[in-house]
Design a protein around this ligand. Structure first.
Ligand SMILES: [Zn+2]
Ligand SMILES: [Zn+2]
Ligand SMILES: [Zn+2]
Ligand SMILES: [Zn+2]
Length: 346
């Protein structure tokens, strides 16, 4: 069997070096590339003013859908800055183990499963999945989260008998429900912007990628060439690790290398393009749909505040003990432009 358990289907388009969000967006060639599309010849001639208006509306679409039909809504990719084509990676909706050994270790982790009838999953007394959720509530109709002071959100899984569209305990599991667009930013490589207004606390996207073991991640980091790059790494934690790091009794937690890392460089979803900012409008939450303490939590992004159509989506990379993005020996400059910018991404 193949060592790689991921689908071989490809996403978007051809070429290019990385400059996705999490590739820390080094400033590039900022020259604006003028669009020069002539109006289609089949259209009737228009007066110069209308022609000018229409010209302004034309955008340089480098991909009509970077998800290749996998998401509910297409995610177009636009470059009005230069001639770079859509980034090349394989689109996967959810994190997937990279190797047989990781897949085997994770396959023994049971899904959460309740025995609820419709509507019961918001009752922690009856629902095994909602048992932990005494301080938060997921709203499937508008995909929002309320009461956000929980370390981990536990959702119903595909094994639960409740209705996936009506269960109040499924939001991340149902996938992206807002319209997004990938675009080339002036200073920060590729980014993602809202293609609709997004209310506060709405689920936006999960961070998808290959699930690597710590050793696999170390090996990949030290490899030169196309895989030797940790700029799309995002550490995730098992519940067991979370408890060790943040003990319930408030005592000081342990510090250690996490068992699993997500790498979105070759396989990922739209969240790999979210840029970092010192004034973020998106925040990261931990979500789990397994009973096992050994399963890595899923990382989900929610609107920190109301986000207007056209705004870029950014989160705080939070470089600290629990979140590793790159190594400390190469700090990268932040170009977020916020008044409170700390000047360093990580
Ligand atoms: Zn339930
Ligand atoms: Zn359930
Ligand atoms: Zn449920
Ligand atoms: Zn900044």
């Amino acid at each position: 069997m193949s060592d790689l358990l991921l689908p071989a289907s490809s996403s978007s388009s051809s070429t290019t070096n990385l400059s996705g969000s999490n590739q820390p967006n080094q400033p590039r060639n900022h020259k604006r590339h003028k669009t020069t599309h002539p109006p289609p010849s089949s259209l009737p001639s228009v007066i110069p003013h209308e022609q000018h208006e229409r010209h302004l509306q034309l955008r340089t679409l480098v991909s009509t859908d970077i998800s290749n039909g996998r998401e509910r809504f297409p995610i177009p990719c636009v470059n009005d800055i230069d001639k770079e084509r859509a980034p090349k990676f394989k689109y996967i909706l959810r994190p997937v183990p990279r190797s047989q050994s990781v897949a085997l270790a994770l396959s023994s982790c049971e899904h959460t499963k309740c025995n609820c009838r419709e509507g019961d999953c918001n009752n922690p007394r009856n629902c095994a999945c909602a048992f932990d959720n005494q301080t938060h509530s997921h709203m499937p109709r508008d995909h929002t989260l309320t009461y956000i002071d929980v370390p981990v959100i536990r959702e119903c899984s595909t094994l639960c008998p409740c209705h996936s569209g009506r269960c109040p305990n499924r939001v991340v599991g149902n996938g992206i429900c807002v319209q997004l667009e990938v675009f080339k930013t002036q200073n920060c490589g590729w980014g993602v912007r809202a293609a609709q207004d997004i209310p506060q606390n709405t689920f936006i996207a999960e961070y998808s990628g290959e699930i690597l073991s710590h050793d696999e991640a170390e090996a990949r980091k030290s490899t030169s060439g196309k895989d030797g790059n940790d700029s799309y790494f995002l550490e995730t934690e098992t519940l067991d690790e979370l408890h060790r790091r943040f003990p319930a009794d408030g005592s000081p937690g342990e510090d250690f290398d996490t068992k699993y890392v997500l790498d979105a460089k070759r396989f990922g979803n739209v969240a790999r393009f979210f840029n970092g900012s010192c004034s973020p409008n998106v925040r990261k939450e931990k979500v789990i749909d397994r009973n096992s303490e050994a399963y890595p939590v899923r990382l989900a992004f929610y609107a920190k505040r109301e986000i207007k159509k056209g705004e870029e989506l950014c989160w705080n990379y939070e470089y600290n003990k629990t979140t590793q993005r790159g190594s400390l020996d190469h700090h990268l400059t932040c170009y977020c432009g916020a008044l409170n910018c700390q000047g360093v991404l990580y």
